[in-house]
Design a protein around this ligand. Structure first.
Ligand code: SAM
Length: 430
């Protein structure tokens, strides 16, 4: 396929996503299945166009004064990918499979800034109804934080120290361009590629199959490291899901002590078994909610880790469609879930033990507001100093910029070059 056909395909897929509310990956896969002539290079470019158009939907829509799939895809190619109007015109006019040539108005909009001044939320590519929360948490940096959440994300790997080490993996993955990062001592990063660039398929690597590394954003790795999980401890991963944090906690515990993984949703928990095996984790009990409970663990845990259900605003780089789908009702539901989880999970912490609350959100309503609510409702818990926790877990690494009153830490793409992630730690007094 030439770029003209790829642009037409991206417009078709984006229309499908917008009008039929299809998840991006499903819509792309479906298009690939029904267009078998398209090669993997074509599918990569079409996927990149669709994802970038969604990431920058508000700013491109405002620039074009048109938020149609066609306007967004053409603006992505011409402006975000910096191909320019002449190249786009040539592509549209030379390929019979390309979309219609540019109209005069489109040429005008793509060549100049002729629309009205965009609102700050449009410029930042943040839904307008969430803008007050962005301003509350980021202040004058709200636009740059929003823009960073609209950029492409790197692929981060966590070295599984139960089976390998960073130096060894760095050599084995040299052909992927993987490099060390500045915060997590067990992270490797493959930088995001611009425009048509294609990321390596690291799950096809021998090292992945052998459990030497996992895919995990650096922020998520840091959340596990900040928990201070140690060999010999009793640790409960209360919202274990597919086990991303569980595996990181297990590596920190060096297979010593006891790790329990549970989740309210047994289907989400199901993939954990294969991952635990591949990673060589032996000190684990997976508690399937259908066949067991956690009663015997009440008041017994040195550490309870809550990777709470949340809006996912911190991972918009990876799931840009979720940015525009999030509703006020869904956010309110997640906030209620988080309180239920905090109430329940905290009962398993022993006196002197730790409770870690984390979300992949940047919204204060899900982060510091929840930490404050919890502390108010549970005077038996007290917040640990974020500075002390950070310096204890990551000596010599600069303290992040956003540290809340209640000891919470917020990581963001603009400030720490990671996904957005919030972590707060509490300790039980009695
Ligand atoms: C952010 S995801 C967890 C991701 C996982 N820890 C990982 O690293 O791969 C949040 C999880 O919380 C679970 N959850 C939601 N409500 C819950 C509840 N009331 N009790 C326990 N788990 C719950 C969801 O099923 C979901 O798997």
């Amino acid at each position: 396929m030439k770029d003209g056909g790829r642009l037409a395909a991206a417009i078709e897929v984006l229309e499908e996503i917008e009008t039929r509310h299809r998840p991006v990956q499903a819509a792309l896969k479906e298009w690939g299945t029904s267009h078998r002539f398209a090669g993997s290079g074509d599918r990569t470019v079409i996927g990149n166009l669709v994802f970038d158009a969604l990431r920058n939907k508000a700013s491109l829509g405002a620039h074009m004064e048109d938020a149609s799939a066609r306007a967004l895809v053409l603006a992505t190619y011409c402006l975000t990918w910096e191909k320019g109007v002449d190249a786009l015109t040539a592509v549209l006019e030379s390929d019979p499979h390309a979309p219609e040539p540019l109209s005069g108005a489109e040429v005008e909009h793509l060549s100049n800034n002729i629309g009205p001044e965009p609102t700050a939320s449009d410029e930042a590519d943040v839904p307008g109804w969430l803008w007050p929360q962005f301003e509350a948490v980021f202040g004058v940096d709200a636009v740059s934080e929003g823009k960073a959440l609209a950029a492409r994300a790197p692929v981060d790997l966590r070295v599984n120290t139960l089976k390998s080490n960073r130096d060894k993996l760095l050599k084995r993955l040299a052909h992927t361009g993987a490099a060390v990062t500045s915060r997590s001592p067990v992270a490797l990063r493959i930088a995001a590629k611009p425009g048509l660039g294609r990321m390596p398929h690291v799950q096809a690597e021998e090292g992945y199959q052998k459990g030497w590394f996992e895919l995990q954003d650096e922020a998520s790795q840091l959340a596990a490291l900040l928990s201070g999980a140690k060999p010999g401890e009793q640790v409960l991963d209360f919202c274990a899901g597919g086990g991303g944090k569980t595996l990181a906690l297990a590596a920190m515990m060096e297979n010593k002590g006891q790790l329990y993984a549970s989740d309210a949703d047994r289907l989400r928990l199901a993939p954990i078994h294969e991952r635990l095996q591949r990673n060589g984790v032996r000190n684990i009990q997976v508690r399937d909610p259908a066949s067991s409970d956690l009663i015997d663990l009440q008041g017994q845990m040195d550490l309870v880790f809550i990777d709470a259900p949340c809006s996912g605003t911190g991972v918009w780089r990876r799931r840009p469609d979720s940015k525009w789908r999030l509703s006020e009702k869904a956010l309110a539901d997640r906030i209620a879930d988080q309180r239920r989880v905090l109430e329940n999970a905290s009962t398993y912490v022993k006196p002197g033990g730790r409770l870690l609350y984390a979300t992949c959100s940047v919204l204060p309503a899900e982060n510091q507001d929840q930490a404050e609510w919890f502390l108010e409702a549970h005077p038996e818990f007290e917040a640990l100093s974020a500075k002390d926790v950070w310096e204890g877990a990551l000596p010599g690494v600069a303290l992040p910029k956003y540290v809340s009153k209640t000891g919470g830490l917020l990581l963001t793409p603009a400030s720490t070059d990671t996904d957005g992630f919030f972590v707060a730690l509490f300790t039980r007094q009695h």
